[in-house]
Design a protein. Structure first.
Lengths: 153, 681
């Protein structure tokens, strides 16, 4: 275990991490940023998605020690400083894009990364960006609807 | 008087009747403590307490169900759990409507065994038809005591809003829901990551648990050596019979410590059943009685057919795996937070495992990361409690995805044999329907047949099996509705017309027509299929269109699905649509590619990189059509919408390719469906 400095949601945070410790674990267990979820541990379900330098990344398969100095954004850091929701967070509420909500953080982080890269994404770009995020409650079409609403904002 | 207790368990809810997995021997000291407490216990208990102790009738005093504080806050107590079906919202809505109070004033305490009246569990689509009217009756009874009969007449600021507890008039009829869409209660916490699921909880001093398990079902521990593991900082290992696990200061540390334990497992009677042999295995030894009237009716039929349908074991894959946080008090009481659909059942399971009285166990269910019928058991709660007991500290145990696949339970596999006949006019003359192992839900045909039989046959399942959204209604509808399609083709009658001709149930006809109209059934030039049915108070009809694959040998593409659903009076149209859409998407997985593979007592695809569930690219255009029957009581919608999807698609595939598919899943799938480069996009 070694002291590792991470830049999380705009703040510098010190954590204890070994060479193999997943980013997901330090976010959840040391920084209490539990909006990022464990769902499979092998990068297949997308529940653990965060952004690193604006790109959607599965935090369960990324080692914490490998992302020092890079900008890590979790769902807790997506709101504006005044607490105003990110347009996609608001769109998820408006379009009813979730039921149990366990996939929601990951969906929003993947979707927000997509919108940053492609402010007006095509259907194909949406499918490409979101294929790695599973919603067992089956709200895929409403997630897509939320993305399209966020585009219009 | 009390409809909450009148509920007959379906035979396929195997997980609710199976023997407990763990029953730890209390040591003598604890045993004496238990006895002492028993002697000293005072027998004066109020009615709510009696509830908690196993008197399972629903209380009829308002105070058990709701409390109106003198600040204007309404607290509602219900044993139902929120697992994503929006019960928190729909029940809040029901109470607010009945009280005439703003929804924001109403807060639900859900699934906390110390605070809510006994409840059998959140399954069987019972929340809407039973819990909602119960809470409405309590709220209506409270409202009758309001000074001027309405919420506004209560003067909370002066503190005279206190109402005397009274009984709920049994004749009090709850109002019909207003049928308005209200947003999900607490939605903000879900989109900001603020909501704490069980797996997110931390309590002071908490350690992280990890179980040590065999690769094979039924294996027993032969030797256990934790010397190396316990040299690691903060690690404690526990072995108790075939229970083995560790606790450590973090998830990785616990996983590392578990690996450091040296365990030898002894296989117990290796099972010869596999996913290849399962359908023959399930029918082995079954006997069907000859019934002469059926044989005669079949013999007299103009045309008759005999077909076999199969469904595979599938996994629920709730995105939040089983999780529990267990904490023992100094006096030996146990509190466990866990994601379960059956909090009182898990409380009793814990009490049984540790030799405690149920009153000394509290189970609390935070709003949970889904269940779909897969979270009716308390093994993770028991394991966390056992680890916490050994550690002398609170312990959180979150099952890995692989554990969730292997050690939870599956939807039963099944074989369904159907024999049937029709006359010259295409009317059913005989119907003989046998379901092996998968279950009896929706086994009775909603079509008119003069001579018929439908039987469920128990079998010995090689895998642990139990409830799944819709239970066997999915399997039975798949077999029945594909068979109806086969008969329609035989009779050379349009499949929709064939169904309408063979049923006199106006509600079934109504959904078939509603789905077909919205879909454009009669005008469609595509490859289309239809299926309909009835279960748990809900009528469903689904139309599917598929397009042949561009490459030969590949499965056709599902182009669109339209499903009509009628479950009496609509409560919240938006949330009802979400339940229908969600059920349809979940149904797609079981229809198209989900199947558990196993051999020799081992799972072969028990992880998400090998077991495929629906993803974005699998989703066709989906439309839910609500048939609102304000004149009928509201029934649940969490389950029945799933049953129409598979047969509608199978029937559309036949229209597209001429190939009759009689096995679920319809297509074989390799891998997870996600892209290889899953780490980044």
């Amino acid at each position: 275990m070694a002291r590792v400095m991470l830049l999380v949601n705009g703040a510098s945070r010190g954590v204890e991490a070994g060479p193999e410790t997943p980013l997901l674990e330090v976010l959840r267990e040391q920084l209490d940023l539990t909006g990022t979820k464990y769902g499979c541990g092998e990068g297949q379900c997308g529940a653990c998605t965060v952004q690193i330098d604006g790109t959607a990344v599965r935090s369960c398969v990324i080692k914490a020690a490998s992302v020092t100095g890079r900008e890590i954004t979790t769902v807790e850091g997506l709101c504006a400083p005044d607490g105003k929701l990110h347009p996609l967070q608001q769109a998820f509420l408006d379009a009813g894009s979730f039921q149990c909500g366990f996939c929601t953080s990951g969906m929003i982080l993947s979707g927000a990364a997509l919108l940053k890269r492609h402010p007006h994404p095509s259907d194909e770009q949406i499918l490409d960006a979101m294929q790695g995020n599973i919603c067992r409650c089956g709200m895929f079409l409403r997630v897509k609807e939320a993305l399209l609403r966020a585009v219009r904002v | 008087l009390n409809d909450l207790q009148v509920f007959e368990l379906e035979p396929e809810r195997y997980e609710l009747i199976e023997a407990p997995k763990y029953r730890f021997e209390p040591d003598r000291r604890e045993f004496l403590k238990t006895l002492g407490a028993g002697i000293l216990i005072v027998s004066l208990i109020d009615r709510v307490e009696a509830q908690r102790r196993g008197n399972q009738s629903a209380p009829q005093d308002i105070g058990s169900w709701l409390h109106i504080g003198n600040t204007g806050k309404v607290t509602v107590f219900t044993g139902k759990a929120e697992v994503g079906q929006n019960a928190r919202t729909s029940l809040t809505q029901a109470v607010a409507e009945e009280l005439g109070a703003p929804a924001a004033a109403v807060e639900l305490v859900m699934a906390d065994t110390e605070r809510v009246p006994y409840d059998m569990g959140t399954f069987g689509s019972m929340t809407t038809p039973r819990m909602a009217p119960q809470l409405r009756r309590a709220a209506a009874a409270a409202r009758k005591m309001f000074p001027a009969g309405d919420w506004a007449s209560l003067k909370f600021d002066r503190g005279d809003g206190e109402l005397r507890a009274a009984s709920i008039d049994a004749d009090l009829k709850p109002n019909t829901p207003l049928g308005q869409s209200v947003p999900k209660v607490n939605g903000h916490a879900f989109v900001t990551g603020g909501h704490k699921y069980t797996s997110d909880m931390q309590v002071p001093g908490m350690l992280y648990g990890r179980m040590i398990r065999p690769e094979q079902y039924g294996a027993a521990i032969q030797s256990f050596d934790a010397t190396d593991a316990e040299k690691l900082p903060g690690v404690k290992a526990v072995r108790d019979g075939n229970f083995a696990g560790v606790v450590a200061t973090g998830t990785s540390a616990a996983a590392h410590a578990a690996k450091a334990c040296k365990v030898e497992w002894k296989a117990v009677d290796e099972s010869r059943s596999s996913s290849d042999s399962i359908y023959a295995d399930l029918k082995a030894g079954a006997k069907i009685e000859m019934r002469q009237d059926l044989e005669d009716a079949l013999a007299a039929s103009k045309q008759k057919i005999e077909r076999t349908y199969t469904v595979a074991y599938i996994a629920h894959v709730p995105l939040e795996p089983r999780a529990a946080v267990a904490q023992w008090s100094d006096s030996g009481k146990l509190t466990v937070w866990t994601g379960t659909q059956v909090p009182f059942g898990v409380r009793d399971e814990l009490a049984g495992a540790f030799g405690l009285k149920p009153v000394d166990v509290r189970v609390v269910v935070p709003d949970t990361g889904s269940g779909y019928g897969g979270k009716h058991s308390g093994e993770c709660a028991v394991e966390a409690a056992r680890l916490a007991k050994a550690a002398g500290k609170p312990v959180k145990l979150v099952w890995t995805r692989e554990e969730e696949f292997m050690w939870a339970y599956f939807r039963p596999a099944g074989v369904i044999d159907v024999r049937s006949g029709i006359d010259e006019a295409g009317r059913l003359t005989a119907w003989d329907f046998h379901n092996y192992n998968s279950g009896g839900s929706a086994i009775q045909t909603p079509y008119d047949v003069p001579v018929k039989r439908a039987e469920f046959h128990n079998a010995k399942s090689p895998l642990r099996q139990g409830s799944y959204r819709g239970l066997a209604a999915t399997a039975n509808h798949f077999a029945r509705e594909v068979h109806m399609d086969e008969l329609a083709r035989l009779a050379k009658i349009d499949p929709l017309e064939f169904r309408l001709k063979n049923t006199s149930d106006p509600r079934l006809k109504a959904v078939l027509v509603a789905a077909a109209e919205k879909f454009g059934w009669s005008k469609s030039k595509g490859a289309i299929g239809i299926a309909g049915g009835f279960e748990k108070g809900g009528y469903v009809a689904c139309c599917a269109e598929v397009a042949p694959a561009r490459e030969a040998g590949k499965p056709p593409k599902i182009v669109r699905l339209v499903e009509a659903f009628e479950c009496g009076a609509v409560v919240n149209p938006e949330h009802l649509k979400m339940q229908i859409e969600g059920g349809m998407v979940m149904g797609l997985g079981g229809a198209l590619f989900e199947a558990v593979e196993f051999a020799g007592g081992r799972l072969l695809n028990g992880r998400l990189s090998k077991y495929r569930v629906p993803r974005f690219r699998d989703i066709p255009s989906i439309e839910a059509v609500l048939v609102d029957r304000k004149d009928l009581p509201s029934m649940g919608a969490g389950e029945t919408p799933i049953v129409g999807v598979a047969p509608a698609i199978a029937n559309a595939v036949f229209a597209a390719t001429g190939e009759r598919l009689r096995a679920l899943p319809l297509f074989k799938s390799q891998g997870s469906g996600s892209r290889r480069e899953a780490e980044t996009n």
